[in-house]
Each structure stands twice: as C-alpha cells, then as structure tokens.
Design a protein around this ligand. Structure first.
Ligand code: SAM
Length: 283
C-alpha cells in the first residue's frame, strides 16, 4: 500500500475509530491510497480548485485529494463515527479540509462554496448516488457552479450515464447527462479494492458541463424521456401517448419516425420533442 502521508494506514484508522461498515449508509471503503490518488488525478487540476467530496468515510479519497494538491476540500459526511478520523486529516493539512456533518441530499452544496472554481469528487454511497448526480445535472442556472464531476458508481450505473443511442444501457440518465455534460468512463475498480467488497465492479465517471447545451427546458425533457423510456420496447407513437392527443406532432417536429423506439433517438431528438411539447403546452 502506498505511503502518501504520515497518517496511519486506512485499515488502522478504521479499527481505531471503530468504523465497521454499515450497509444502510452504502459503506464500502477504499483502502489503497495508490488507487484513491489515481481517482483524485482523474479529476484534473486540483491546485486551483476547491473540491467538494461527498461521503469521505475514513478519508482514503480525502487524503489523496489533499496529497494531490487540492487547494481546499470540503467533505460532507453523515456518519458521526467518521468525524474523528477526518479531524485527524484536517489537523495534518491545516486550513485545507473543512468537514461538514450532514446528509448531502439536504445540504445546499452551492452555498458552501467560496469564490473560485469547484470540482466534485466522490466515491458515492450506492443508495443515493444517482439521486445526487441528478441534482447536480439539474442545476439552474447552467453552466453550473462546478467545473467537473468525478464520481464512482456501480459499473452498470456508470454505463447508463455514458450511454448514447443504440447502447443497451441508454435511457433517461444518458439523455440528461449527455444533454448537459460530456461524460466519459475513466476506469473500472474491482470489487476487491473495497472493504467490504460490494457485489459488483465499480467505475469512475468524469463529467464536464457543456458550456452551451442545446436550448431546452429540463421539465419538458424529463416528461418526454419519462414517457418514451417508460415503455422502451414500444414505438414512439405508442409510448408518447401519455403526453396528450398531439403526441404525433412532437415526433414529426423532431423529424423522427413514429415507429422508432426511444433507444434509437439521439439526445438532439429528445431536445426537439421537448421543445415541441413546451410550445404545445404554452399555446
Ligand atoms: N470515500 C470513502 C472511500 O472511498 O473509502 C467512503 C465511500 S462509501 C462508498 C460512502 C460514504 O458516504 C460513507 O462514508 C457513508 O457514511 C457516506 N454517506 C452515505 N450517505 C450519505 C449522505 N446522504 N450524505 C453524506 N454522506 C453519506
């Protein structure tokens, strides 16, 4: 295991602070600081950025972010038991680690961030990862308050995030992520890297906000994707029926075929249908 600082090895930290993993908090800890440094580097330049980390736990990724030069890390953790270990890290890197005890779903992250560029980097708890991602993708105004998201998900979720049309994993998440961000998979992380090992392989995804996504109102894009992928095996002329009697005009406005299925429609097609729906609803 790599020695990146003079703090104790993570295995010892977990034992000293009695951080036995709780399934209810999605706790699978990374113990290899080589690996956490690789994740930190996948986020890009850190020296100029404040990093928001959700769920630092015993602090493997936190230590890597600080070691790799993050100007400042703001770490949000809801498990009180981890606070002692995190305070030791804060002591080791004076003035560079701020710890917030709380539920990241309820914290107004944007308001925590000082002036200057921000990156979000996290090995997310599996039970709330997608919800947190959607919250970050649905920021208003856009471009958002962060420069990038570097996040760990279960491999299957990562594939849904980066999927484009014709990919098996393509669905609502891929449309929203692809509309607003450039999303790429960086690398896989095997189950054995975690303690305890989860059931499946994980992947690191890096998302960079598009400065000018195709103009569209999120609310309508969500309605169209929900209807289309809600019945993904059906043709659009059937699956979009729930949007109202004019649903065929949406398909026509987007230059699509009524016999197409949702999984063959690129992001631009959904954007065109969402814009047509907005015009219809505001007429
Ligand atoms: N970052 C550590 C690592 O890589 O070893 C821990 C990752 S573990 C998968 C997820 C962490 O998120 C746990 O420490 C857990 O307590 C924390 N957590 C779970 N739900 C949370 C929430 N809603 N808000 C903040 N932290 C949360």
């Amino acid at each position: 295991m790599a020695q990146i600082d003079s703090l104790p090895p993570l295995r010892d930290v977990i034992e000293q602070h009695d951080l036995r993993a709780k399934k209810s908090l999605g706790q699978n800890f990374l113990l290899d600081l080589n690996l956490t440094c690789r994740i930190a580097r996948a986020a890009g330049t850190l020296e100029t950025h404040t990093v928001i980390e959700v769920g630092p736990g015993p602090g493997g990724l936190t230590r890597a972010l600080l070691h790799e030069g993050a100007k400042k890390v703001i770490a949000i953790e809801m498990d009180r038991r981890a606070l002692g270990a995190l305070n030791e890290i804060a002591h080791h890197y004076p003035g560079r680690l701020e710890i917030i005890e709380g539920d990241a779903l309820k914290v107004d992250i944007k308001s925590l961030v000082p002036e200057g560029p921000v990156r979000i980097v996290a090995n997310l708890p599996y039970n709330v990862g997608t919800q947190l991602l959607l919250g970050w993708l649905e920021q208003d105004p856009w471009p958002p308050f962060y420069d990038s998201l570097t996040l760990m998900f279960q491999k299957e979720v990562a594939e849904r995030i980066i999927a484009t049309q014709e990919d098996k994993a393509y669905g609502r998440l891929g449309v929203i992520a692809g509309w607003r961000c450039d999303a790429i998979k960086m690398f896989d992380v095997s189950r054995e890297a975690f303690s305890p090992p989860p059931k499946v392989t994980s992947s690191i995804v890096h998302l960079t906000p598009r400065q000018a996504p195709l103009p569209c109102t999120l609310k309508y894009l969500e309605q169209v994707t929900a209807a289309a992928f809600g019945q993904r095996r059906k043709m659009l002329r059937q699956s979009l029926k729930s949007l109202g009697s004019d649903h065929l005009s949406l398909i026509e406005a987007a230059g699509l075929e009524p016999t197409q299925r949702a999984e063959t429609v690129p992001v631009e097609g959904f954007v065109d249908m969402a814009n047509a729906l907005e015009r219809l609803r505001s007429a």
